[in-house]
Write a protein of this length. Structure first.
Length: 164
């Protein structure tokens, strides 16, 4: 697997625009809080480290990953945000529930992004087990929350560039 050798949070070879002119919404699933809290901390810190102003970051909790779509939709419906970061964690179990949730969230977030023509970032871990989730939320593979924040900054900047 490629990620066995890679830190997902290494952006040393990537130019990241300043986040200062943008406003961000972060929607965080409460389910699997050990993981989602770490994803949130990574995303929030990365936004600040790249120039985002704390007052331009709105954070909201939703019960689980399935509700990320509704949360993103509600935030964009109210307007004023340049990008939404959705953070969650779905861990494979013994039933097909995992497949249904992951598929619904991925499709739902894509649909919200298209509906509002705004970046909606998929920062949802879809892992086989708890350890893989920990490894990707601040562990040996970095923090997917960092990656989601950098993606949000880059996409907000792209949207601004294309609408000017």
């Amino acid at each position: 697997m490629a990620t066995q050798l890679k830190n997902l949070s290494d952006f040393s070879g990537t130019a990241v625009p300043s986040a200062t002119p943008y406003s961000f919404g972060i929607v965080v699933a409460e389910w699997n809080p050990e993981v989602t809290d770490a994803l949130y901390q990574g995303a929030y810190k990365s936004l600040l480290d790249n120039g985002a102003l704390a007052e331009n970051i709105q954070t909201y909790a939703v019960p689980g990953s399935f509700e990320l779509t509704s949360g993103a939709d509600l935030l964009l419906k109210n307007g004023g945000l340049d990008a939404i970061i959705c953070l969650g964690c779905v861990i494979q179990g013994e039933t097909r529930h995992f497949d249904f949730i992951c598929n619904a969230v991925a499709n739902g977030l894509s649909n919200v992004a298209i509906k509002y023509s705004k970046p909606v970032i998929f920062g949802v871990l879809t892992t086989d087990n708890q350890q893989q989730a920990i490894d990707r939320s601040g562990g040996k593979h970095g923090n997917k929350g960092d990656e989601a924040a950098i993606t949000a900054i880059k996409m907000a900047d792209l949207a601004k560039t294309l609408t000017v």
